[in-house]
Design a protein around this ligand. Structure first.
Ligand SMILES: *Cc1c(COP(=O)(O)O)cnc(C)c1O
Length: 361
């Protein structure tokens, strides 16, 4: 399977593109091109087409509109000090995309084909990759069920698409986010789709996100479905808790139980924190552990992590059980150290000892 190139013959002018990149933000402007590939049960995957970014025309009875059979990924391309452009662990995204596809009864895309589409779009639209630390080109691969008809069954047609948007820093790194721990809504339940990166998980989360905003909080924190006791994630990001301080600190993250999304940033931080000399632990953390740990001072810092924001400090937590604030409510030193180390590896200013960066062009 290859990627046929039919790029935009009227791309944005240099001035237009520069103005859009300089505006910053996330997801407002898209690059000149996109990639599309189609799959059918009879014929498997078609070649992919790289073509001008633009709207789709789909029959109103297309399956995805009715039953939400959709998955996506999120990954970034970063400018390196020598001016080249690298992807961060694209194979990990490709593998997770295939696992998400399997869970949503969508076709698994060969991982090499997936990575190839990413590389071709980044090469074509490389002028759109912003240059400062913390900035990147955010890539959004996704797949939708495209069989036409209202019968409820796995679609026998699917479409893969890839779009890209220049991204500046997602949250303000200098400020900790406040969180609302929801005891009413859950994100994922055992046997459900929590491990898959699918739009449906997000659709179901929005009402809780709105509730968090009504409570004056930036983000929602999810508890497990069975006991409403175990900390799972924050919005669309994984969580880390730091116990103790200095060289003796332990960096702890909720263990993957099957209802958490296995973040690639989470996985990378397990290695980065160990390299920095901290003890790392994957374990169950309860809402009581959070409250008591903050009260006793054992928990000194909390942060959330994911591709979009990379690392974001968590300050005050509010819930039906009360409000408690970690440390002085500002981003702590270990959070900042881990953030800077990971960003340094991604931007090529700190040695990449694991071959995580894959040079594209
Ligand atoms: C994408 C996502 C994450 C973070 O995953 P990364 O691979 O680090 O970007 C965490 N939680 C949820 C629910 C997600 O959808």
């Amino acid at each position: 399977m290859k990627v046929n190139l039919h790029p935009n013959t009227a791309p944005a002018t240099d001035a237009d593109r520069a103005a859009k990149i300089a505006e910053g933000g996330f997801g407002k402007y898209y690059t000149d091109n996109m990639v599309v590939a189609e799959w059918s049960l009879e014929n498997g995957w078609s070649d992919a087409e790289l073509k001008p970014y633009g709207p789709l025309t789909l029959d109103p009875a297309t399956a995805v509109f009715h039953y939400g059979q959709e998955i996506f990924e999120g990954m970034k391309a970063y400018i390196q000090p020598d001016g080249s452009i690298s992807l961060f662990r694209p194979q990990a995204n490709a593998e997770r995309f295939a696992r998400s596809a399997a869970r949503l009864a969508l076709p698994e895309m060969p991982t090499d084909f997936f990575v190839k589409t990413i590389e071709e779009l980044v090469k074509q639209d490389r002028a759109w990759v912003p240059g400062k630390v913390g900035e990147s080109l955010y890539l959004r691969p996704f797949m939708i069920a495209t069989e036409v008809g209202l019968g409820v069954r796995p679609s026998n047609k699917a479409m893969y698409l890839l779009i890209a948007t220049p991204a500046s820093a997602y949250f303000n790194a200098a400020k900790a986010v406040t969180v609302w721990i929801s005891t009413e809504y859950v994100r994922a339940a055992p046997g459900g789709t929590g491990e898959a990166k699918c739009g449906g998980n997000y659709a179901a989360s929005l009402v809780a996100q709105r509730q968090a905003a009504e409570q004056g909080c930036d983000q929602v924190v999810w508890l497990d479905a069975n006991e409403r006791r175990w900390i799972e994630e924050m919005g669309g990001m994984n969580l880390y808790f730091i116990k103790g301080s200095g060289k003796d600190a332990t960096v702890v993250t909720p263990k993957l139980t099957g209802t958490l999304l296995p973040g690639i940033t989470r996985d990378s931080i397990l290695s980065v924190a160990a390299d920095l000399g901290y003890k790392v632990e994957e374990t169950m953390i309860s809402i009581d552990d959070w409250r008591d740990g903050v009260a006793s001072g054992e928990i000194t810092e909390i942060f959330a992590c994911g591709t979009a924001a990379v690392v974001s400090a968590v300050g005050a937590a509010k819930s039906a059980h009360g409000t408690w604030t970690t440390g002085d409510g500002n981003p702590g030193p270990i959070t900042q150290q881990i953030r800077e180390t990971l960003l340094g590896i991604q931007h090529g200013t700190i040695a990449d000892t694991r071959g995580w960066n894959v040079k594209v062009c």
